[in-house]
Design a binder for this molecule. Structure first.
Ligand SMILES: Cc1cc2nc3c(=O)[nH]c(=O)nc-3n(C[C@H](O)[C@H](O)[C@H](O)COP(=O)(O)O)c2cc1C
Length: 388
């Protein structure tokens, strides 16, 4: 595209007492948006960086892994935590813990998880279908968060499938319950990550909720995509997940784009190698274990090197790298002068998958409120859950 792009006339995003100057949010991603990755992203640009989701029950029980998930760097100014939960009491207790112990400045609730083991029990993206349960959770969470003046937001999908859409109703309930913003991933649970995110649904929600910020999510792979989403849907901010995998510098591009600058990060292979190494070091620090840090960096390799000239054998060795020392050796084998490959390094990455019918509890779709057996089962929906 020729010429200087116009500055995007988008004011800072206000979430209660928090102002996010560049209205860009790193989507919560289980297994990805830990302290290490958030730090890397933060170094490139402004925005709000959400933790991996933590289940309310595990947090209330102070499970060590949950305490790791909600930990932040000392200089992380907006400490943002995402909770997953299915029961108002437990979610309320988790919010209370975060607020009373001053462990978060922003709390998001996850109503978008499409994973069968979650939806089969009525959790995640299946939950907003049950209006009584959804309302109970959001109201309780907002009430507890308000005691510490902590803004609470929700993140959801369009619904269970195209015949069972929930987003407009859930958005209104959340607004009426006092949330600071709602984020919509423009897919149904049945779509998983397949097909294309429906930005029209995002525009529809923006129109339906004129009085609170609406955030758009789905299929933003570049700063240009983010600008397009804002222009097309009128959202107050964008939420970016897979597009940042292996590209923490996307936050720099986003800040530039939103400020009207055409400057973009186009790292050569040397810069990518340095970022991979730094990411690995930060992971080792985050996990307090070289073994765990290196295990974690492996899944990022294909994303970092997408489109770059890296031999198949070296790629395979990078994907099984055991120590920082071996990583240093492997990265030294790369041609550091190899330039940014352009298009090949861009576009979709990460989870895709194919559509499937959403697994649901028996008779879930028959009514919009819980029956007594569903009520009894719902508590089990929180056990052993990770990822969205
Ligand atoms: C690996 C992975 C983990 C995810 N974990 C979460 C999560 O913990 N909480 C959540 O609300 N969404 C989760 N999501 C969904 C993302 O936040 C986001 O809504 C989705 O990826 C669509 O945005 P995108 O097209 O920008 O990737 C996850 C997605 C991926 C790919």
């Amino acid at each position: 595209m020729a010429g200087t792009p116009l500055k995007l006339e988008l004011p800072p995003l206000t979430l209660g007492n928090i102002t996010v100057d560049t209205p860009v949010i790193l989507a919560p991603m289980a297994g990805i948006t830990n302290r290490a990755f958030r730090r890397l992203c933060r170094e490139y640009g402004g925005g709000l960086y959400v933790s991996e989701m933590v289940t309310s029950r595990a947090l209330v029980e102070r499970n060590p892994e949950s305490m790791r998930i909600i930990s932040h760097d000392d200089d992380e100014r907006v400490r943002s935590v995402q909770l997953y939960g299915v029961d108002p009491k437990t979610v309320g207790a988790a919010v209370r813990l975060l607020v009373e112990e001053d462990r978060a400045d922003h709390i998001d609730l996850n109503f978008g998880c499409p994973v069968p083991k979650v939806t089969r029990k009525g959790g995640g993206a299946a939950l907003p279908w049950k209006l009584d349960l959804f309302t109970g959770i959001v109201r309780t969470a907002v009430h507890e968060a308000s005691k510490g003046n902590v803004p609470l937001t929700i993140k959801m999908r369009k619904g269970i499938d195209e015949d069972h859409l929930t987003f407009c109703e859930a958005g209104r309930i959340a607004r009426d319950s006092g949330v600071a913003a709602v984020a919509l991933h423009g897919r149904t649970a049945s779509q998983f990550y397949s097909g294309q995110a429906d930005w029209n649904a995002i525009a529809e929600l923006r129109e339906a909720l004129p009085d609170i910020p609406v955030l758009g999510n789905g299929d933003i792979w570049s700063a240009e995509d983010a600008v397009r989403m804002v222009r097309r849907t009128g959202v107050d901010g964008v939420v970016i997940g897979r597009g940042c995998q292996g590209r923490p510098w996307l936050f720099g591009d986003l800040m530039n784009a939103f400020e009207g600058s055409a400057e973009r990060f186009r790292p050569g292979l040397g810069q990518v190698a340095d970022t991979v190494y730094r990411h690995a070091e930060l992971l080792v620090e985050t996990f307090g274990s070289e073994l765990m840090g290196l295990r974690d960096i492996r899944k990022h390799m294909a994303w970092y090197f997408k489109g770059y000239v890296v031999g198949g054998d070296l790629r395979a060795r990078l994907a099984t790298v055991p120590t920082l020392e071996v990583l240093r050796g492997l990265l030294a084998e790369l041609d550091r002068d190899s330039p940014y490959p352009g298009q090949d390094a861009e576009g979709p990455r990460g989870r895709a998958g194919s559509p499937k019918r959403t697994a649901l509890p028996e008779h879930w779709l028959d009514a919009r409120v819980l029956d007594s057996s569903q009520q009894a089962d719902i508590a089990a929906a929180e056990v052993d859950v990770s990822g969205g």
